[in-house]
Design a protein around this ligand. Structure first.
Ligand SMILES: [Zn+2]
Ligand SMILES: [Zn+2]
Length: 189
């Protein structure tokens, strides 16, 4: 007696379309599929649910990438913030340009680390780094002159509050930060 699955005469019908006879099967789970519902992937024809699972896996952000993006964004924000604070001595223009440059550079770096997949988390990290860079710029002199003293002095919260008050007092700074964050988020996408 022949098994039904192996019988060449046995009719196979699409799992999603019970009236459509088919000789095709999902390359992953073996579910019968028909030309109406199969999804072509680089590794062959698949059923809808296998194709969706594959896409989800491709879209997931690996922890390694998340850590790399966070580390690079943090370091970049620190470095660019300090550079910006030094440039502020030369021209107040630096305060406007820095968030923009930071956004561009961090967004680009984050996007490359993410292999241009534009993960939302990557965009948020890049955007947050621009804000951090701005505050580092506000604290820049202290960070350059003595980071240990700065942290030990308990002045950091006060300086951050000062920075926030400065933002409210000077809506232009806020505007530049928003532009910078937008640059990063857009660039990282
Ligand atoms: Zn399948
Ligand atoms: Zn079908």
């Amino acid at each position: 007696m022949s098994e039904p699955g192996l019988d060449p005469e046995a009719r196979v019908y699409c799992a999603a379309h019970p009236h459509v006879e088919t000789g095709l099967r999902c390359s992953q789970c073996g579910t019968p599929i028909c030309p109406r519902c199969l999804v072509m992937t680089p590794v062959g024809a698949k059923c809808v649910s296998c194709a969706r699972a594959r896409r989800r896996a491709a879209l997931a952000l690996e922890p390694v990438t998340a850590i790399a993006v966070t580390a690079v964004s943090l370091v970049s924000a620190l470095v660019l913030g300090v550079v910006g604070s030094l440039l502020l001595h030369l021209s107040p223009l630096a305060g406007m340009v820095l968030p923009f440059i930071t956004g561009l550079l961090i967004g680009e770096a984050a996007s490359r680390l993410d292999r241009r997949r534009g993960h939302l988390a990557v965009r948020i990290i890049a955007g947050a780094a621009v804000v951090l860079g701005f505050f580092v710029m506000q604290l820049g002199d202290f960070i350059v002159l003595g980071p240990a003293e700065l942290l030990g002095s308990g002045m950091v919260p006060l300086l951050l509050v000062n920075g926030l008050v400065g933002l409210i007092e000077n809506p232009f700074s806020l505007l530049f930060i928003i532009i910078g964050v937008w640059m990063a988020v857009y660039r990282a996408g």
